[in-house]
Design a protein around this ligand. Structure first.
Ligand code: RI2
Length: 317
């Protein structure tokens, strides 16, 4: 698929989910590199940096996207003699990112499943393949549990989640977002995904997640986050905040109605921030950690150097 097509699909959320957009961007970069026609290495580098920046600019919040682009672009930072050798190295970097990302989801499932017990009631929000893999793996392990899945206005990603749970035969109650606190007393643990995790362990995820965390905290219900290590945000070490994407109001209120209400403005932030105090555990492919250990993941597993913040892939998270 062309880079511009992939970028458009990420923007319109036809391709969505923090892990999926990272893999789609890397696959598009790999294809773009392979199809590069000229033999001029300087031109090749320039073109790859241009399309890398274009993909990064599609959605601002999911750190998985710039991290993934940076991880593969880093393979071009050494001296490269020819376009052919650059293409080969880059292709290997892309394939290795994609398979590591798929493996990470699988591994998170294995680790996360250990936290689900017979008779549990688990609540999940939005459609996170990492969080869902924990549920699916627990089910494969023979654990008997049930799920509450939220609707997730305005994108209705809950519909994707209940389809997966239904296909696996996991008994699930589908609820509107505002019913979370009402049901929380019946819930044993919450498992959600993440679009980004900052150095202090704060979790950025689909809008509504922080309200769910508050309700879980009030009910003394454990709150787990399933997040691949490449969702941790290195730039937050420098004190930078993660930008919260705000999308078109028409996703919430049809324009036909909005135009009859001239004094009404629709606000549509699509993510919020859950402070680390409300998070019990973050399940990564390297193991489950308390949020306070987020720095270790950035330092030891992402392998970022401070110099990388000014690296060639441009504006990294
Ligand atoms: P995985 C999604 O964002 C949701 O917020 C979800 O929790 C998160 O990405 C992580 O998803 P969106 O693209 O990577 O629906 O675990 O806005 O699939």
């Amino acid at each position: 698929m062309l880079v511009t097509d992939t970028a458009e699909k990420i923007k319109t959320m036809e391709i969505r989910g923090a892990g999926r957009i990272a893999r789609a961007a890397v696959a598009a970069l790999g294809a773009h590199s392979a199809a590069f026609p000229s033999r001029d290495i300087a031109e090749y580098r320039k073109e790859m940096s241009r399309v890398a920046a274009l993909l990064i600019a599609t959605r601002p919040t999911a750190v998985s996207l710039p991290n993934a682009v940076h991880l593969v672009m880093r393979s071009l930072s050494t001296e490269l003699l020819s376009v052919a050798s650059a293409q080969e190295i880059f292709s290997r970097a892309c394939q290795s990112f994609i398979s590591a990302s798929e493996h990470a989801v699988h591994r998170i499932g294995e680790v996360g499943a250990r936290h689900i017990r017979d008779g549990d009631v688990v609540l999940t929000h939005c459609n996170s393949e990492a969080a869902l893999e924990c549920l699916l793996q627990a089910h494969r392990n023979g654990v008997s549990f049930s799920v509450f899945a939220t609707e997730v206005r305005p994108g209705n990603q809950g519909l994707l989640t209940i389809r997966v749970l239904n296909d696996a035969g996991i008994p699930t109650s589908y609820i509107v977002d505002s019913a979370v606190r009402y049901f929380m007393k019946e819930v044993d643990r919450v498992i959600v995904g993440a679009d980004a995790v900052s150095v202090n362990g704060a979790v950025v995820n689909k809008i509504g997640t922080s309200q769910i965390a508050l309700a879980a905290n009030e009910a003394r219900t454990r709150f787990l986050v399933a997040a691949e290590t490449y969702k941790f945000a290195p730039r937050t070490i420098l004190g930078e905040f993660i930008e919260i994407e705000e999308r078109e109001g028409s996703e919430v209120l049809p324009e036909s109605i909005a135009k009859t209400l001239p004094f009404i403005t629709v606000r549509n932030p699509v993510f919020d921030v859950t402070p680390p105090e409300y998070v019990d555990l973050i399940v990564t492919e390297e193991g489950a950690i308390p949020p306070q250990m987020a720095y270790i993941i950035i330092r030891d597993y992402l392998g970022w150097e401070i110099g990388d913040f000014h690296g060639q892939a441009g504006k990294i998270p």
